[in-house]
Design a binder for this molecule. Structure first.
Ligand code: HEC
Ligand code: HEC
Length: 225
């Protein structure tokens, strides 16, 4: 889009009109989220990749997170940016639209160097599609959920002994909705997304091969997003 048009849309949004995707994108640029995050090929790999963030996280959760990351996850490294409500809403709208399209058909895990190594290919998917943002580095766990037994999203370091490869592929393809710890309480905010909607069969097989390879000891040495 031409800069003049983007400015015009920003000005219109500032007059109380509906918040457009353009100002969410502009806010994302202006606030320099890309100094830490990546969408498509742009930005930094030092924090979670946001290319699929709109597929894996709900608008309600994104809003809560951007308001106060530490309220959801006390040890979160993301700073509280003290955003105004309109900026936050515009960002939520922009993030909600990120369902993988920014990568087009250049998936980083399709690099020729990974073709013969499904486990490493799966490792790249685990990071870039964002399994890591719920299950932790090396599947070590520790990420919160509300109203679930133990208050956490499951670790994946003993899947190799509790699942067959087929069951695991089914689980990743279809996703699942966690049971409430207190039946009278609210729904948990975080579900296991149905990855069959955005990943190919081959991609799911590769990420399953990676998950099958995870042991508690490996998780300790895993680093980075
Ligand atoms: C200084 C680096 C830094 C900046 C700047 C930053 N973030 Fe983050 N962000 C992080 C880190 C680190 C995490 C992971 C927190 C964790 O897992 O404990 C994170 C997590 C997130 C998540 C959750 C990812 C997921 O899928 O669960 C979202 C969404 C997010 N950031 C959006 C933003 C937006 C939008 C901006 C700009 C307004 C921004 N961040 C600026 C470091 C940063
Ligand atoms: C938005 C958060 C989120 C993301 C992203 C996510 N998961 Fe999950 N996952 C969950 C939740 C929550 C559960 C628990 C579901 C339940 O209790 O029914 C779960 C459960 C699982 C399980 C079953 C674990 C067990 O002990 O039974 C596997 C395996 C799994 N996820 C793999 C993956 C893989 C592989 C990816 C990436 C392709 C992924 N997950 C991405 C939230 C997520």
């Amino acid at each position: 889009m031409r800069p003049a048009l983007a400015l015009l849309l920003l000005a219109l949004a500032g007059c109380g009109g509906p918040v457009s995707q353009t100002d969410g994108r502009a806010a994302y640029q202006a606030l320099n989220c890309r100094a830490c995050h990546r969408i498509g090929d742009e930005g930094s790999p030092s924090a979670p990749d946001l290319t699929y963030v709109g597929f894996r996280k709900s608008p309600q959760w994104l809003n809560l997170w951007l308001k106060d990351p530490q309220a959801w996850k006390p040890d979160a490294m993301m700073p509280n940016l003290h955003l105004t409500a309109p900026t936050r809403h515009a960002l939520v709208q922009y993030l909600t639209q990120q369902k993988g399209q920014a990568l087009g058909d250049h998936k980083p895990w399709d690099a020729p160097a990974l073709a013969k190594d499904p486990v490493e290919r799966g490792h790249v998917i685990f990071g870039r599609a964002g399994c890591i943002t719920c299950h932790g580095k090396g599947g070590i766990g520790g990420y919160p959920n509300n109203n679930v037994a133990g208050g956490k999203i499951p670790a994946l370091t003993s899947v190799w002994e509790t699942y067959t490869k087929e069951e695991l592929i089914q689980k990743i393809t279809r996703g699942s909705i966690p049971q409430k710890a207190d039946p009278a309480g609210p729904d948990p905010m975080i579900d296991m997304p149905p990855w069959g909607q955005v990943l190919s069969k081959e991609d799911i097989q590769a990420v399953a091969a990676y998950v099958m390879s995870l042991k508690p000891a490996d998780a300790k040495s895993a680093a980075g997003f």
